[in-house]
Ligand binder design. Structure first.
Ligand code: ARG
Length: 588
């Protein structure tokens, strides 16, 4: 269905035309003075110069035309030349009716649907997920859902770190500890065991031990680098060990991301880029795109008009090893071959901005994808503790993500059980759902690029701009709808009527902004816009709820209309939280 703003703009533009002005002046926006009007048009001001007329005279003319339109309750011409618009009640009721019948509440599919890959996991295998992995996961997941909702084909790719020195280190340590394994017997030609020679817990212990050792032992580090290089050149035994690491890590990561409601379509890693790398490098060398520098291979990507220095992109180290940029470039080729996307969006820490500038420029220079393929890095800020420094555990360590999730669920459990008696089992389940919402909403409601403070008390509060407040509002609607159902009446028998009071009209206006908001959030990859919207909607609903007797309303038709409004509100709110990646419990 048409967005409400478009529908109004169309009518106002027609009026401008009818009065002999350019219709472009008919652009309407949501009012920034809701105390005065609902929508406004400032076109008369912009048009005055060209028309050699005072703006208020133009506004008066337009008003006279618009006064004939049934869609408006009032159109005021206000000096020096504003048009202040209020919508007719019947128009709003009809708009609600249509929203209720349309798929996606009237949100239309993108005019040019695209195929999009979102790269938003970035966890490293053999290392537990920690709080640093929280932001990419939840921001990326939400962007994926928003883009899908608006009709695009979207692939979420976890793009695991599984190819660098970290794997070489693990193999080195394993070799030291268990030299008797067939993987380390150069003469071994048989099949390697199908069972991994370690557990996940072993890996989580082996990696930090190896990393620490390599920092103080040059010999060890050298061996790890050699092993990494051999692995990257296809060493059979090391590849078999990597496979074991991946099998264990994938299972564990799937579980942990799953607990966050984060679901990837592709479980690729840096290692999957390997098959594309040798040819890519050969080709870049041949065409003179890459050049040698101190034994390494680099691509110069600086431009004359750069405001800061952009160093060359190093695509091969002097020892022949691939680097972070190399695997990202190989991955772009892989995606071109496999998904052939129109856009690749990277949700990665903003501190990696330079890396992406280098990778994107190299991609363009080498023509790895069509020129019209969008490459975007959405750089997110840091989650800080209350001290303004990157969030740490109480003893200063890096917090495991699962601990953070359970801490917040524990806090929610306390709050839920504080004031009333609830079945502990149910309360536990509810606390998990609400806790996740608290965490995700606390994050997503900030513009992604900004740093923010993780504030447990604020995030878990039932009041204010928080996840629990939103869920509480949804649960409130669910409970009214359940009560209504108990009366044996069926809301489907009733229609939305003209609003009975100001709060109901405001609720209608907020609902009518849904389509425009979603379109905007999709265009700007901006989950925080969904957050701002749903918070406003929840406020409008709660206001309406406090002003209106719903269950005691005696006029069946009026009551039925209220219930339809609640159904619509619930539908839109549930859609919004689903796009943010969380859900509401039945009760709380
Ligand atoms: N594994 C990387 C890290 O820990 C993040 C990967 C982000 N994605 C990418 N395509 N570079 O920093």
């Amino acid at each position: 269905m048409k967005k409400i703003l478009d529908e109004i703009t169309e009518v106002v533009s027609k009026a401008f035309k009818e009065c002999g002005y350019d219709e472009k002046y008919g652009k309407v926006t949501v009012s920034n003075r809701p105390d005065l009007c609902e929508f406004q048009c400032n076109g008369a001001m912009a048009c005055a110069k060209e028309a050699h007329k005072a703006p208020f005279m133009i506004a008066d003319e337009i008003k006279a035309v618009l006064d004939k339109e049934a869609m408006f309750e009032t159109v005021d011409s206000v000096k020096p030349g504003f048009l202040n618009i209020k919508m007719a009640d019947v128009y709003m009721a009809n708009y609600m009716k249509t929203m209720l019948t349309e798929e996606h509440f009237g949100v239309e599919n993108a005019k040019n649907p695209r195929t999009i890959v979102i790269d938003y996991g970035g966890a490293n295998v053999a290392k537990p997920l920690h709080v640093g992995h929280l932001r990419p996961a939840i921001i990326g997941e939400s962007i994926k859902r928003i883009l899908r909702y608006t009709g695009n084909t979207v692939y979420g790719d976890v793009h695991l770190g599984d190819w660098g020195l970290q794997i070489g280190l693990i193999i080195t340590e394993l070799k030291r500890r268990k030299p008797e394994l067939p993987y380390f017997d150069e003469s071994f030609t048989g099949e390697y065991p199908s069972e991994p020679p370690f557990t996940l817990a072993d890996l989580e212990e082996i990696y930090p031990a190896a990393s620490a050792e390599s920092k103080k032992n040059a010999e060890y580090k050298k061996e790890a680098l050699e092993i990494t290089n051999e692995l990257q050149n296809g060493h059979r035994a090391y590849t078999a060990i990597l496979k074991h690491i991946l099998t264990l890590s994938h299972a564990d990561l799937k579980k942990n991301y799953g607990n966050l409601n984060v679901i990837f379509d592709l479980w690729k890693g840096e290692s999957d880029a390997q098959p594309y790398i040798p040819d890519m490098i050969e080709d870049m060398k041949k065409r003179g795109i890459a050049e040698e520098s101190d034994g390494a291979l680099i691509v110069k990507v600086a431009k004359d008009d750069d405001k800061r220095e952009i160093p060359p992109c190093i695509i091969q180290k002097s020892d022949g090893a691939a680097l972070y940029a190399t695997t990202d470039l190989g991955t772009i080729i892989m995606r071109r071959e496999e998904q052939n996307p129109d856009a690749i969006i990277y949700v990665v820490d903003k501190r990696q901005e330079l890396h992406f500038v280098q990778v994107f420029r190299t991609t363009r220079k080498a023509g790895l994808v069509r020129d019209d393929v969008e490459l975007t890095h959405i750089g997110f800020g840091t989650m800080n503790g209350k001290d303004g420094k990157p969030f740490k555990t109480r003893d200063g360590g890096v917090m495991r993500l699962e601990n953070m999730i359970s801490d917040i669920a524990d806090e929610m459990y306390k709050k839920i059980t504080e004031n009333h008696t609830v079945d502990p089992e149910e309360a536990k389940k509810t606390a998990k759902i609400v806790g996740l919402a608290a965490l995700k909403y606390g994050d997503l409601s900030n513009q992604a690029s900004k740093d923010y403070v993780f504030d447990m008390d604020r995030f878990t509060s039932f009041e204010g701009n928080t996840g629990p407040y939103l869920l509480y509002s949804i649960v409130r609607i669910k409970s009214i709808l359940a009560k209504y159902a108990e009366t044996g009446k069926n809301a489907a028998d009733y229609e939305v009527l003209a609003p009975k009071n100001k709060s109901e009209k405001e609720l209608m206006l907020a609902l009518a902004n849904f389509q425009g908001m979603i379109e905007n959030a999709a265009e700007e990859y901006a989950p925080h816009k969904v957050c701002a919207y749903i918070y406003e909607l929840a406020n409008k609903f709660n206001h309406f709820y406090h002003e209106t007797k719903i269950m005691s309303e005696e006029d069946e038709k009026v009551q039925g209309s209220y219930i339809r409004m609640l159904e619509l509100t619930k539908g839109v709110m549930e859609t919004c939280i689903d796009l943010l990646g969380f859900e509401a419990p039945e009760r709380m």
